[in-house]
Design a protein around this ligand. Sequence first.
Ligand code: NAD
Length: 277
Amino acid sequence: MTVNPTVTLNNGVPMPQLGYGVFQIPDAEAATAVGTALREGYRSVDTAAVYGNEEGTGAALAASGIPREELFVTTKLWNGASTTWTRDLVLREFDASLTRLGLDHVDLYLIHWPHPMRDEYLTIWRAFEEIARSGRARAIGVSNFQPAQLRRLIAETGTVPAVNQIELHPWLQQAELRSLHTELGIATEAWSPLGQGKLLDAPVLAKIAAKHGRTPAQVVLRWHLQLGNVVIPKSATPSRIRENIDVLGFELDQDDLGAIAALDNGTRLGPDPDTFD
Ligand code: NAD
């Protein structure tokens, strides 16, 4: 089994640097997929209310027999739902996620998108602060927040998110957000860390992979870890689930890191957070 390094969040809670993402895994398959990941050594799972697989994920966590304190479970509020967000509604949605997961607390609860046009994230964040105070989320954070939204959230509420989970991969390296996160004490968590598999045939990755006797996916995950990012690669294929956690026994050198830095071309694979409504 591989030992998973952790990052320490700004409230002292340790978070595994490498976790398992379950976007697009149907609920009926989530129990099997998450079960495989847990057997392969993953201890952190990233789900969301909108993924529709919190029940299958929770079933795998329960069936694993792994002590709760060894697991790190993240879920997200689907604040894109067509409703007007109030404190009570956030608390109800959080309770519903806990019930579906079969847990009495999560380790990390995230606002899924800023939805700036709706201008509701301050109301939502104040409810998140209450959830954190109650101990039912060990840490609270955001996802897809841009610099101006992070600064406003902190200025208005005084609570710095523990994490900002953003699209981040070699095509979209997010230098500005990463340095702002460092300045503010926010952990950077990369979604679509493998670029959804679309960038893995870049010749430079094949070259670096051959040099280390690894695969392009392992090289990309190693790059994230060396930058200090938290990563949550997704695969439903057992051999890839195993491959994606086997990234601790080698080190990229400065030439490798420079060659991967040069792949940054600003390509977004998901929605633009400033316009996604
Ligand atoms: P990813 O970069 O993890 O890519 C997953 C895809 O890459 C797989 O479906 C497969 O096609 C391929 N792949 C995986 N392992 C491979 C390997 N070893 N070799 C070759 N190909 C491989 O993309 P993702 O699923 O979009 O992102 C990961 C996780 O991030 C999600 O499951 C979810 O938990 C999270 N996420 C969050 C948001 C958000 O808005 N917060 C958005 C998207 C994803």
